[in-house]
Design a protein around this ligand. Structure first.
Ligand code: ZN
Length: 202
C-alpha cells in the first residue's frame, strides 16, 4: 500500500509521469485498475473511496494507492478519527462526549482512543523522528501533559513543519497522521521499531 494525496487528477498525473515509486524496490509505478470501492463515514456523511491500484515496473508487485483521507480498515475518515484523538488530547474529553459530538457510537470512539493510547509513546517517538527530518531546526513541542496529548502535539508539529517547508497550506493533522503512518496509525504492527531510531538522533 502506498499513501497518496487526495487529489485524484494529481495522482493520475504522477502515475503517468512515473513519479510514484514502489515501496519495495523503488522503481516507478504504473496504473493498474482500481481497488474495490468502499464507503467511509465522513464528518458530513458517506464518502466514496475507490482507490487506484498500481503495478511496479520493476518487481511487478501491485500496490493500492490509498488517499491520505483514509486509515487502513477504518470505516470513518481519518479526519473524523483524528478529530476524536485531538479532542481527547487538547480538551481532555472522554469517549462519551466525543462520540456524542461526532455522532458516532461510544464503543467505536472508545476503540480509537484505546488503540491510540496503547501506542502513544511509539507514535510520539516516530513523529519526533519525522519532525527532525522535515525541519532542520525543529522546535520540539513542550510536554502537553501526558503521553497521549504529547503524541497528538508532535503530529501537529510535523503538520506545521511540512506546511512551512514546502510552502503548502499547513498540512492537516489527519493527513499528516495518515501520510507518516502509511494509513496504519491505528493498525496492528505499526509503528514497529521507531523507538530505536530516535536514540540515534543527535
Ligand atoms: Zn517494485
Amino acid at each position: 500500500m502506498v499513501t497518496v494525496e487526495a487529489d485524484r487528477d494529481g495522482v493520475e498525473r504522477r502515475l503517468a509521469a512515473g513519479e510514484l515509486w514502489c515501496p519495495s524496490c523503488g522503481a516507478a509505478l504504473r496504473g493498474w485498475g482500481r481497488a474495490r470501492s468502499r464507503q467511509v463515514r465522513g464528518a458530513d456523511g458517506p464518502v466514496g473511496l475507490c482507490p487506484r491500484r498500481s503495478r511496479c515496473t520493476g518487481c511487478g508487485m501491485t500496490h493500492v494507492l490509498v488517499p491520505v483521507t483514509a486509515l487502513l480498515r477504518r470505516a470513518d475518515t481519518a479526519a473524523v478519527i483524528v478529530s476524536a484523538l485531538a479532542a481527547k488530547a487538547r480538551c481532555g474529553f472522554g469517549f462519551r462526549r466525543i462520540a456524542a459530538e461526532l455522532g458516532r457510537p461510544g464503543e467505536t470512539v472508545r476503540g480509537w482512543l484505546r488503540r491510540f493510547a496503547e501506542r502513544a509513546e511509539a507514535v510520539r517517538s516516530t513523529f519526533t523522528v519525522w519532525l527532525a527530518a522535515v525541519d532542520p531546526d525543529p522546535v520540539m513541542p513542550e510536554a502537553a501533559g501526558g503521553v497521549f496529548a504529547d503524541a497528538v502535539t508532535v503530529i501537529a508539529a510535523v503538520a506545521a513543519a511540512v506546511g512551512g517547508r514546502f510552502a503548502l497550506p499547513t498540512a492537516s493533522l489527519a493527513e499528516t497522521a495518515v501520510a507518516v503512518s502509511g494509513g496504519r496509525l491505528l493498525a496492528p504492527g505499526w509503528p514497529g521499531s521507531a523507538v530505536q531510531h530516535e536514540s540515534t538522533l543527535p
